[in-house]
Design a protein around this ligand. Structure first.
Ligand code: PHE
Length: 315
């Protein structure tokens, strides 16, 4: 009987044999019931047999259950090729993305990136840019003045001056940085990002300016059918000065940038001879370009650092 139990290979069979042994009509049950008729020695032997059988059943049951569990685990083993729950990956902020795109495009045109201080002196922000004290054009920008007469840079045009003062001409650069003006609505904040292109050489013309601006906008907006409108404008540091509008969906014209041929006085102020050199400058808010490209309605939100707002637009 003990040998038989050891050879059983299924739990069902084991249970059947257990029932036939210890069940209501089981063989062992019957013998135990008759125990009172046995002498002491036979009784002791029966008790031993009973205990040995129960142990044998229990041992075999444990072994069979363990084997069943093992084969179940082998069948159900985890599929390591299944994708885990996606991680919440960060992305670059839209302004950072837009700046990287602008920089890549302008660098491919041969412009190199320059920066400058956000707290500027009067010379670099105004005077050298052909905007001397009391010049009415100073009122074009609502300037934040510091007690010592310095200003929070109102335009990246200051970077033109700093670069030409040290590098002279020819020069082909773009200045990048934060600029500050006292204004606040959906498309203007007190701080905004400006990018300024400057190309000075011996025979740079207005046609080169418009060609570079058009090529830049085509690459940035990934369109080859852009329509531009060139309007005469006024900036103290360019002459002639223009404003460039671009046509967007629904036939809407939006002002994209200011530009023009660099004023001879500006070149002179930087030690560059305007009889030898001439060229153009253009400036635009790169946060505005990011808004237009990514379809963002409110410029101020770009500086809000609200991750829920960013996610809504897929960033
Ligand atoms: N600095 C001008 C502005 O802030 C933009 C500009 C740059 C215009 C370069 C002409 C040339 O409005």
């Amino acid at each position: 009987m003990l040998g038989k139990i050891e050879k059983i290979n299924s739990l069902e069979e084991l249970q059947a044999l257990y029932a036939a042994t210890f069940g209501k009509n089981g063989t062992m049950t019957a013998r135990l019931r008759d125990m009172k008729n046995l002498d002491a020695a036979a009784r002791a032997e029966l008790n031993e047999q009973n205990a040995a059988l129960r142990t044998a059943f229990k041992t075999r049951q444990t072994a069979l259950e363990y084997a069943a569990l093992m084969s179940k685990l082998a069948d159900e083993k985890q599929d390591a090729t299944l994708d885990a729950a996606p991680e919440n990956r960060g992305t670059l902020h839209p302004l950072t993305q837009a700046l990287a795109e602008v920089a890549t495009i302008l660098e491919s045109f041969g412009y190199t990136m320059h920066t400058g201080p956000e707290v500027e002196d009067d010379w670099h922000n105004f005077t050298a840019l052909n905007t001397p004290a009391h010049h009415p054009a100073r009122d074009m920008q609502d300037t934040f003045f510091l007690p010592n007469g310095n200003v929070l840079r109102t335009q990246t045009s200051a970077i033109q001056i700093r670069t030409m003062e040290t590098a002279g001409a020819p020069v082909k650069i773009f200045g990048v940085g934060a600029t500050y003006r006292k204004e606040m609505d959906a498309t203007h904040g007190p701080m905004f990002g400006q990018i300024e292109g400057l190309y000075i050489d011996r025979d740079v013309t207005m046609a080169d300016l418009i060609g570079d601006v058009r090529a830049f906008l085509e690459r940035f907006f990934e369109r080859d059918d852009i329509e531009l409108r060139i309007r005469p404008s006024y900036f103290p540091f360019t002459d002639p000065s223009i404003e460039i509008d671009m046509k967007f969906r629904g036939g809407r014209w939006l002002e994209i940038m200011g530009a023009g041929m660099v004023h001879p006085n500006v070149l002179r102020n930087c030690g560059v001879d305007p009889e030898q050199y001439q060229g153009f400058a253009f400036g635009f808010g790169w946060d505005r370009l990011a808004m237009l490209k990514y379809g963002l309605p409110d410029l101020r939100e770009l500086y809000g650092n609200d991750v829920r707002w960013l996610r809504r637009y897929g960033f």
